[in-house]
Design a protein around this ligand. Sequence first.
Ligand SMILES: NC(=O)c1ccc[n+]([C@@H]2O[C@H](COP(=O)([O-])OP(=O)(O)OC[C@H]3O[C@@H](n4cnc5c(N)ncnc54)[C@H](O)[C@@H]3O)[C@@H](O)[C@H]2O)c1
Length: 316
Amino acid sequence: MSTPNQAQQDIGTLLVQVTQTTADVIVLIIQILYAFILSIGRLAIRKQPRSVRGDIVLVTGAGHGIGKELALLYASEGATVVIWDINEKNGSQTVKEIAQLGYPKAHFFVCDVSSRDDVLRVAEEVRHKVGDVTILINNAGIMPTHPFLEHTTDEIQRIMNINVMAHFWTLEAFLPAMKRHNYGHIVSLSSTAGLFGIPNLVPYCCSKYAVRGLMEALYQECRTDKKNYIKFTSIYPYMVDTGLCKKPKIRFENLMPLVKPKEAALEIMNAQRTETNEVTIPRYLFGAHNLCRMLPLKAQLYIMDFIGVGLESDLI
Ligand SMILES: NC(=O)c1ccc[n+]([C@@H]2O[C@H](COP(=O)([O-])OP(=O)(O)OC[C@H]3O[C@@H](n4cnc5c(N)ncnc54)[C@H](O)[C@@H]3O)[C@@H](O)[C@H]2O)c1
């Protein structure tokens, strides 16, 4: 049995805990309201994009498609651009086109991002020849499209190596210097296939969900370090007209046309320059996705069937 003194102490401790928790709850409510006001304000007043002049921007898979457009855009904004691609001809062509536009600060390196050895070796070369990368855009990706059981083991491995493991290797190569300088930005290409499961894309969806998880967890980890100034942006594009989606099927083509690669690149650069944490392309898909997820599963499936967006097998 506790003595009257002990009982008094226990009540005192309890009171302190209740007061502390009540104060924390009040602070939390104020913080939530502040976050709401801030995000409503952001809808009304778009954040000014910050300059990338002086930045060294590395884009993986910049020999073609979205990556190529990104390289051209960043060069036109005065950044030094480092192009990585496994395809030598296409990578050199991107540098050539950037030079023809009158921007001399573009460099191409052949790199297979799925190979850790290659990434670490070429990253060292970049550091010597160009300098420390300040904006890393993990863009390279592949998208074999067919029913799950028709994917070969090699293919599944390749999807995971290029679409997911490459992010680990480039982060290993470039994040330490960003942390040392307390300056940097990581941008990663996920996909709307990282928000919804899509038939014929099981390994691809898995890889894009993985990118989303990697980015979210890394952001949360760095956020707890109060001295961290490294930014993170995850991108979830709908189908983009680069040829990667070989057989798209869209019921309402006028309402949901394929996104132009230039348009996608502009959205990505804007998201990075305004330090936005996550964007879908087009932007409204994020809200639509969140709303859809609140509905019962059957209702979600009815909506998906009604919209009728997907991909046919590329084996047919
Ligand atoms: N196109 C779309 O509809 C779409 C939609 C959502 C997300 N995405 C994502 O956007 C990114 C870019 O897609 P895209 O449509 O521009 O593709 P793309 O095929 O046009 O270009 C991809 C580039 O990556 C390069 N690449 C492939 N494997 C590589 C490797 N191992 N090492 C280095 N480079 C490699 C290719 O040579 C190519 O130049 C991908 O991650 C893709 O998953 C695309």
